[in-house]
Design a protein around this ligand. Structure first.
Ligand code: URA
Length: 300
């Protein structure tokens, strides 16, 4: 507290000035926001002059805003110029994964791109037989521009190892390509505008199996409406006019959920065994039948 924040009351005792009190309240409010997961401030939609006319200002314009000294300036979101229809046309025009990534770098149809640090496109092998689709990048993914590199990603790597797989024979992406602020769930509009790019990835990868992590990805791509516990264990088919035959698809529990509910890993284990049955075990692919199945323990 600086000296001018301290006042002396009638009894000669020192008391915090209204200014100091206001600062303390704002600091507590910002702390509460941080604890609630808010990690950036946005200004959307931008207020139009007529919306402001007659509005009661909470802080007088001739005094410096109390929040100015404590919080970074809000990032302004600009109007989107690309629609979901544009996204579909752009995605379809891409004939390689590199073109698709470059198109996404330029794409301005998803508001998430304005608050994220960078695009988080995909990771893995473009000729992978297994394609894994999660929900949205988190903080670590946003920092590194790669999906599933944070705590959920570390669990995903262990889950893949259960069936003898890793990122050299899998392709990993999400239904949205930029981190939602504060790790909130992506909105239906954000998913819809990213979806053509996810679908195009599937068409270009042509995996032998799709594995959806959690209900958001499954509902977005399969058009189903149930919760993940009702969807897992069933074999779906993902269809596209661009592919000669449908791609089999399984749904399993999201690793972030498994981190919170480790007892549920037994269900994910069963789902991954089902995936391994469809794909074959990597050793079988390499001409070394069943080696990986022998003595394989259910993971903890
Ligand atoms: N990291 C991702 O890349 N996707 C998720 O769904 C969760 C964490």
């Amino acid at each position: 507290m600086c000296p001018r924040d301290v006042m002396t009351n009638a009894g000669g005792q020192q008391a915090a000035s209204p200014n100091a009190h206001r600062r303390a309240v704002i600091a507590a409010w910002l702390e509460w926001q941080l604890e609630s997961g808010v990690d950036c401030t946005l200004e959307w939609p931008r207020p139009k002059p007529r919306d402001l006319a007659g509005a009661e200002p909470t802080i007088r314009p001739d005094t410096p805003s109390a929040t100015q000294s404590l919080a970074p300036a809000p990032r302004r979101l600009s109007a989107r110029s690309s629609t979901t229809g544009d996204a579909r046309a752009i995605a379809r025009s891409c004939s390689t994964l590199e073109e698709l990534r470059a198109a996404l770098e330029r794409f301005d149809g998803c508001a998430l791109a304005e608050t994220a640090t960078r695009l988080c496109f995909a990771d893995g092998a473009p000729d992978a037989p297994l394609m894994i689709i999660g929900e949205a990048p988190g903080a670590e993914e946003d920092r590194l521009g790669k999906p599933f590199v944070g705590p959920s990603g570390q669990l995903l790597d262990r889950m893949l190892a259960w069936i003898g797989r890793d990122r050299r024979n899998s392709w990993i992406t999400n239904v949205v390509f930029w981190r939602p602020p504060g790790n909130r769930t992506p909105t239906a509009a954000e998913i819809a505008v990213c979806l053509p790019f996810v679908e195009r990835q599937i068409e270009l990868i042509r995996p032998r199996l799709l594995l959806f992590l959690g209900g958001i990805a499954a509902r977005a791509l399969l058009g189903v409406d149930e919760g993940v516990s009702r969807l897992r264990g069933r074999l779906f088919q993902w269809q596209s006019e661009a592919l000669a035959s449908p791609v089999p698809a399984l749904i399993t529990l999201h690793p972030a959920y498994l981190l919170r509910q480790p007892a549920q890993k037994r269900f994910a284990w069963r789902d991954l065994l089902q995936a391994a049955e469809i794909l074959g075990w990597p050793q079988e692919e390499a001409g070394n039948p069943r080696q990986n199945r022998q003595g394989k323990e259910r993971p903890s």
